[in-house]
Design a protein. Structure first.
Length: 364
């Protein structure tokens, strides 16, 4: 396994050491590739209704990507990862390797492409910056795919090709703990307070949009990386860190003086449409997917094939039990015959983006 040596890796390693104290339906004919950017579906009345099936991707294909195999003896899958994401793709200085939920799924992709040998020997991990910087590395050909905690969104789908959704998550807030309780009970109490997220991310955009029931807005604070926000939270420079729950769970594990908010947002701001649990505090909908260059259809289709394999579905559950205990999307018991997140039920309809919000409860 080759690992790029960058200043960002070193910085993330220092910070971590300090703190540690959906998918295509089953059909008889394959679905066509995703339409070009700007494509619209017209209603019978002729009105343009944009449809963005961010949980869907290309039909799965077992045909190996020839571009990767053409590398001969140096065949490697080059994956862009975040070294500071404790639950998804962190760098373990003890084992000298990347570990996490995303890493376990990537190993299954490598195992599907190269059944013989150690799948770790077939993956080269390279550190990528958050947001747009990772897309730039992808489009320059420096990496084959992005495997960070990346949200598949309609806006991003104009720039990259997404795999099938492999984890349903959502944005919430990490705050300081006071005597075993969060300093702020929920996002509604953070109106007028400083909430930090990484620059050029959907998390920061959501903070800017959020308005409490009382009409107050959150005060957005941008940092280079979400782990920088955690440092600022512990130093009292911000009042909350907001990003996807799977990332914040890792931060809470590293910093025992912090905890997730416990109250959900008000009903008209709550996004839990695809969540498999009743315990959901999300105010955005964040389907997670791997990202590829728009023209890399073969690789995306093969990754979708690998995600759908029975071994990968079991690996998903095993990885969740190790890295994401307590995350609301806990998958489903394969013994029931129900799907895991990257396996849609037959005939499951394509949904528009974003999913509909529940109506607010009537008031007296």
């Amino acid at each position: 396994m080759a690992i790029s040596s960058t200043a960002r890796t070193l910085l993330a390693g220092v910070l971590l050491a300090t703190l540690a104290g959906c998918t295509a339906p089953v059909a008889t004919t394959p679905a066509p590739p995703a339409g070009p950017p700007g494509a619209q579906t017209l209603t019978p009345s002729g009105e343009a209704t944009p449809i963005c099936p961010v949980r869907r991707s290309l039909p799965a294909s077992a045909n190996p990507p020839q571009r990767i195999l053409a590398r001969g003896d140096e065949q490697r899958l080059v994956a862009g990862v975040d070294p500071s994401d404790a639950t998804m793709s962190h760098w373990n200085s003890s084992t000298q390797q990347f570990e996490g939920f995303n890493i376990d799924l990537l190993l299954e992709v490598a195992r599907a492409l190269w059944p013989e040998g150690n799948p770790r020997d077939r993956i080269e991990f390279r550190v990528v910056p958050p947001g747009q910087g990772a897309f730039e590395m992808l489009n320059r050909g420096e990496i084959d795919l992005i495997a960070t905690s990346l949200t598949a969104s309609c806006e991003r789908a104009k720039e990259v090709l997404f795999s099938n959704d492999y984890l349903d998550s959502g944005q919430t807030v990490l705050v300081r703990a006071r005597e075993g309780r969060p300093e702020f009970a929920g996002v509604e109490q953070l109106g007028g307070h400083r909430v930090c997220a990484a620059n050029n991310t959907t998390s920061l955009a959501a903070i800017r949009r959020y308005q409490t029931a009382g009409g107050q807005r959150l005060v957005p604070v941008a940092a280079e990386h979400s782990i920088d926000c955690l440092v600022m939270l512990r130093q009292g420079q911000v009042d909350g860190v907001s990003t996807d729950e799977n990332i914040l769970q890792g931060f809470a594990q590293m910093a025992p003086d912090t905890m997730l908010v416990t109250e959900p947002p008000r009903p008209d701001q709550r996004f839990c449409t695809y969540n498999l649990s009743d315990d959901c505090r999300w105010f955005t909908d964040e389907p997670h997917a791997f990202a590829f260059r728009l023209e890399d259809l073969e690789l995306a289709a093969f990754v979708n094939h690998a995600l759908a394999l029975p071994g990968t579905r079991q690996a998903w559950l095993t990885a969740h039990a190790r890295w994401l205990v307590g995350h609301p999307d806990a998958g489903r018991d394969p013994g029931t015959g129900a799907r895991t997140p990257m396996m849609p039920s037959p005939g499951e309809p394509v949904t528009s983006w974003p999913p509909p919000r529940p109506s607010a409860a009537p008031t007296d």
